[in-house]
Ligand binder design. Sequence first.
Ligand SMILES: [Zn+2]
Length: 339
Amino acid sequence: MSEEIYPWQADIWKRLYTARDRLPHALLLRGKPGIGKLDFAIALTRALLCETPKDSGHACNQCASCNWFSQNNHPDYRLLSPEQDATSGEDDAPVPAKTSKKTQISIAQVRELGTFLELSSHRNSGRRIILVNPAEGLNQASANALLKVLEEPPQGVIFILVTHQPQRLLPTIMSRCQKIDMPVPDEQAALDWLAEKGIKEAKKRLDYAGGSPLLVLGDGESSNKLTDIWQMLARGAKLDPFALAPLCVSLGMDVAVNTMQKWIYDLVACRLAEKIRYHSHLATSLQALAKSVDLAMLLDFQRKLDEARKSANHPLNNELQLESLLLQYIQLFSRNVRA
Ligand SMILES: [Zn+2]
């Protein structure tokens, strides 16, 4: 768990902390994956519960409240999350291969809040905090149950919802929250931060992560595999799908499909003479491929990948599905059309 916020969050921290005594009863922190939203939410929660916060607004790490929080048994705090132990790590680090990650917050979890909400705070501050992460994990039933609480919030209770897919939240939930847009660091700030962490080839990896520095930090293990995957994809029609599919699957289906989505995004960009977003270091390979690709088929394939991504959490046979996608990928180049 991070005790401090990230440098690019300093302004938003100051704004919220200055308003700590007049915060609304529900905040929605929204923004891209990998920019530290959850870490910020946890730092804010600790600070709001802390009895003797520092001048900077951060938690003191010494009072009874801070101790409870570190021991994960604060009586005035609850976490609503698909995974019960999701208090550590970043909100959106890549899912390791072959784990069956729960993705939904159940209605039972929301109902369990009932007793917590009926009691009053254990401390003088009177404040109690419920962190919901990721808020898009609420399904129809649990969202409706939560909505009832948000409509008549008990005294002193603050909900902090964290999401990178606000479009998936019920509009009625959105309208009950004060929306906070979490900042993405500008490139130099992100590179400075990554340099401090001793990250090599930071520029290339930051581009690939779409500018989200925490995703770069989490991708160390898969970084070498990605290099191999890109080399194979660059072979176009000469690609061996039966060699590439298992390599992709080892990243986890969601990451595998996303890897292909980014590759195809840049291939489309090259074909349309637009800016390459994720693989600027492979511009030559992409430009060579783009010359022999059928644009209509490419766009069609892009839609198929979007569909595959949606079902990536419950696949019947990952490797088979990937082989099929890769066979379609090869077809994109077989006609040698240049319209
Ligand atoms: Zn404290």
